[in-house]
Design a protein around this ligand. Structure first.
Ligand code: PLP
Length: 415
């Protein structure tokens, strides 16, 4: 028996049996073990494949040399990130778009994943959470662990969450919640559907949040992939958003930092929550307190590497990376369409969202693509119940693999 050992947080038991990407990996490894000679093309988890931009490598090396001398050693840094990086972010990611942010509204972290998982700590245990369906799994899982979900029902939905279905039928644009919510997770450009949100749509959400006293957590991890000049790059381009929106970005997919780790979250000074007694409270101050308590900030050398991205040479090199992946996106989108599949996304996002053939479930399509074309993608149903009948492939593979993938699908996946 368990007597004499501590009780656990039983909310963990409400998580689905396996993290989506773990199941993808498991099935892929099983296939590999059974077919050791097969050459798999991995368009699944979505890790980057191109090397770091040279300015980033140079900055890493220079910062490392600083750490090698007592006179220039940097030990513990500011909990929230160095001022040189926060100032560069404010100027280049926002100032250039007409959005004024102060460095103390920007919190540097080790990843968009941690930020997406941690931000819910600012809100009450019984806060009501609205989630896009399908969505990046971290938003839901972090709130499950925090005890806001209860157990999932038979369809895989958590009765405690408000789901905002995003399907081809509504152009992957969620409808406003039909009951009161406190926290709304929006992600644009979207993982997994590849959709973007127009200015008018985003304004509806900001207006809704202001009217209904909700906070929007806006995940802009894929902002660098926006091509359409009319699509907003930051939620703060929308009037009134500073009071109701928290925005996160990541260096992972723009500058290839999936291994280095670097991201940031913006919590504007105007953003507020309230106590049970109704006292207004600054979310910026809460997040500062939380970050100071739980973090010593990302490594100095990585922050120097991130700052190098904002030099004019760095911007050029990052644009080159993004252009390469977007070239893959076009190759995949056009090739899959030619092969007769219905596809979405891939125009302002590095993800292609495939409609599985009629009668084929997401996991069936995964198994088929693996067996018939030796291609690994991600079943849409893994991102939420409304992802059933869809399948995600990423543009982060090599160009040669993207070309070969569409050839394999066109020639082998018939009937
Ligand atoms: N947000 C979204 C929507 C993502 O897809 C990802 C990564 O896949 C992240 C955040 C987190 O990225 P990272 O933790 O590498 O910064």
């Amino acid at each position: 028996g368990g007597a004499g050992v501590p009780r656990i947080n039983e909310a963990f038991l409400n998580l689905k049996a396996s993290y989506l990407f773990a199941e993808v990996k498991k099935r892929t490894q099983a296939y590999r073990a059974a077919h050791p000679d097969a050459r798999l093309i991995d368009l699944g988890i979505g890790d980057v494949t191109l090397p770091l931009p040279p300015v980033v490598v140079d900055a890493l090396q220079a910062a490392t040399r600083e750490q090698a001398r007592a006179e220039t050693l940097r030990g513990y840094g500011p909990y929230v990130g160095y001022e040189f990086l926060r100032a560069a972010i404010a100027e280049h990611d926002f100032g250039s778009r007409g959005v004024t942010l102060a460095p103390d509204e920007i919190f540097v972290s080790d990843g968009g994943k941690s930020d997406a998982a941690n931000i819910q700590e600012l809100f009450a245990p019984d806060a009501v959470v609205a989630l896009m369906d399908p969505a990046y799994p971290v938003y839901a899982d972090a709130n499950v662990i925090a005890g806001r979900s209860g157990p999932a029902d038979a369809s895989g939905r958590y009765p405690g969450f408000v789901y905002l279905p995003c399907t081809a039928e509504n152009d992957f644009q969620p409808a406003l919640p039909d009951r009161p919510v406190d926290l709304i997770y929006l992600c644009y450009p979207n993982n997994p559907t590849g959709a973007v949100m127009t200015r008018a749509m985003l304004r509806r959400w900001v207006d809704y949040a202001r009217e209904h006293e909700a906070v929007i957590v806006y995940d802009a991890a894929y902002e660098a992939y926006i091509r359409d000049p009319d699509v907003p790059r930051s939620i703060y381009e929308i009037e009134g958003a500073r009071a109701v929106a928290i925005e996160s970005r990541s260096f992972s997919k723009s500058a290839g930092f999936t291994g280095l780790r670097m991201a940031y979250t913006v919590v504007p000074r105007e953003a507020q929550g309230r106590t049970a007694a109704g006292a207004a409270t600054s979310l910026n101050q809460l997040w500062l307190r939380r970050t100071s308590t739980k973090s010593n900030g990302p490594p100095y050398i990585v922050q120097r590497a991130a700052a190098a991205v904002y030099t004019s040479e760095g911007q050029k090199q990052v644009r080159g990376l993004v252009d390469s992946y977007m070239d893959n996106a076009r190759t995949l989108r056009e090739g899959l369409e030619r092969a007769g599949l219905t596809v979405y996304g891939g125009r302002n996002a590095p993800y292609i969202w495939i409609r599985t053939p009629a009668g084929t479930s997401s996991w069936d399509f995964f198994d088929r693509l693996l067996a018939e074309a030796q291609i690994v993608g991600v079943p849409g149903s893994g991102f939420g119940p409304s992802g059933e009948g869809y399948f995600r492939v990423t543009a982060f593979g090599s160009h040669a693999d993207s070309v070969e993938a569409v050839q394999r699908i066109a020639t082998r996946l018939r009937g």
